[in-house]
Write a protein that binds this ligand. Structure first.
Ligand SMILES: Cc1ncc(COP(=O)(O)O)c(C=O)c1O
Length: 376
């Protein structure tokens, strides 16, 4: 007898399409017949983690792998507490900030509740809500930025969490202090406000609203940060949420303990303690890359969106999947943006100058190829 497996599955799971991650580099290199691949698709920092974190990684003794990690990232929370002048109990560390997104949704949403975010932002907020059976209300961006008034208008008595990606992935837009303040006053404590500051360390502007400060006045604010982007520890999966103690205590109830591994915890501690030079060097690399790419996009007559963060978006003169494949054949992997609801745009991670020049050469060739009168 065949098992009627679909009947066991709730409708919101049947209706959900799984995300398919990219294949590993050796597979892709074989498929596209290239010797090496530059990954410009995930907003990673190719400079690698700060030196102190690299030393921690090099010094890891393999037998330690047999022992479970500390279950609640004790030392990392202590370091975070010191850095931000807060009680370590106000931090909850996860297997990347993706894991804490799920913990927040589980802690606050019940059947019939909704979350609010933008239509063109980091998609995991929307996905977690939907595969958990909750409505995700997606508010259109306005001028490529989160629209605070429309988000407030979308709230109702069943809204539990508002996700604000500040700066936004993929547009790089961010709310200034006064805009954020007005929004938080509008929410007026009726729901949890998540400020996802995954790219916060890339912003060097006094008018950037620091969620770590805001949460002291607006008790419903929680902040997400990650070691995957600026700190270049994406492969070790460490991210965290910080908020008021009672808020974090509820989130902790839904959170898997032991989800942060023994290598990631001390590497993140060392990265935080040795970040000053690393942040400056990374910001300089990103600024230089932006200066190289943007005039070239202009010269090609292609619209682009460039804000904060280590990425830019550019509109492609053909389908983004065609451009992707052509770039892959030249050893350049970018992010197609149709899935982000930006049809026929790509997002490019900003990295070292020589790689940016290589990318531009490949991109120019591809644009030439697909434009009318080109070789395609
Ligand atoms: C806005 C935003 N938040 C969170 C994440 C996830 O980070 P983590 O690697 O900590 O799960 C990303 C990763 O791309 C991101 O762009």
């Amino acid at each position: 007898m065949s098992l009627p497996i679909a009947e066991l599955v709730p409708p919101h799971i049947r209706a959900f399409e799984a995300y398919v991650p990219s294949r590993p580099d050796p597979e892709l290199c074989r498929a596209y017949r290239v010797e090496r691949l530059h990954r410009l698709n995930n907003n990673e920092n190719p400079l690698g983690p700060p030196p102190a974190a690299q030393r921690v990684l090099a010094g890891f003794e393999p037998p330690r792998a047999s022992v479970y990690p500390n279950g609640d990232s004790f030392f990392l929370r202590a370091t975070l507490g010191e850095r931000f002048g807060k009680d370590p109990e106000r931090f909850l560390v996860g297997n990347g900030s993706c894991e804490v997104i799920a913990s927040v949704v589980k802690a606050f949403c019940d059947k019939g509740d909704n979350i609010i975010t933008a239509d063109k932002t980091f998609a995991v907020y929307e996905w977690v809500a939907e595969f958990s059976g909750f409505e995700a209300r997606l508010v259109p961006l306005k001028n490529a930025a989160f629209d605070p008034l429309a988000m407030l208008a979308a709230m109702d008595g069943r809204t539990k969490v508002l996700f604000v990606c500040n700066p936004n992935n993929p547009t790089g837009s961010w709310w200034r202090r006064d805009e954020m303040e007005r929004f938080l006053r509008g929410v007026d404590g009726r729901a949890i406000v998540v400020l996802d500051e995954a790219y916060r360390e890339y912003v060097d502007d006094d008018d950037f609203p620091d969620g770590m400060e805001l949460m002291e006045r607006h008790k419903n604010v929680v902040v997400f940060r990650t070691f995957s982007k600026m700190y270049a520890l994406a492969g070790l999966r460490v991210g965290y949420v910080c908020g008021q103690k009672d808020v974090i205590d509820y989130i902790r109830r839904t959170h898997v303990v032991y989800s942060v591994n023994s290598l990631g915890q001390p590497a993140a501690v060392a990265a935080l303690e040795d970040d000053a030079g690393h942040i400056l060097a990374t910001r300089a690399m990103v600024a230089r890359a932006r200066k190289t790419l943007l005039p070239a996009f202009e010269e090609l007559g292609l619209p682009y969106i460039s804000g904060a963060g280590n990425f830019v978006m550019v509109r492609t003169p053909a389908s983004d999947s065609l451009i992707y494949r052509q770039l892959m054949r030249r050893g350049m992997m970018v992010r197609t943006m149709t899935g982000f609801r930006f049809p026929n745009w790509i997002r490019v991670t900003l990295v070292q100058e020589p790689v940016m020049r290589e990318f531009l050469a490949a991109f120019r060739e591809v644009v030439e190829l697909v434009r009318p009168g080109g070789g395609a």
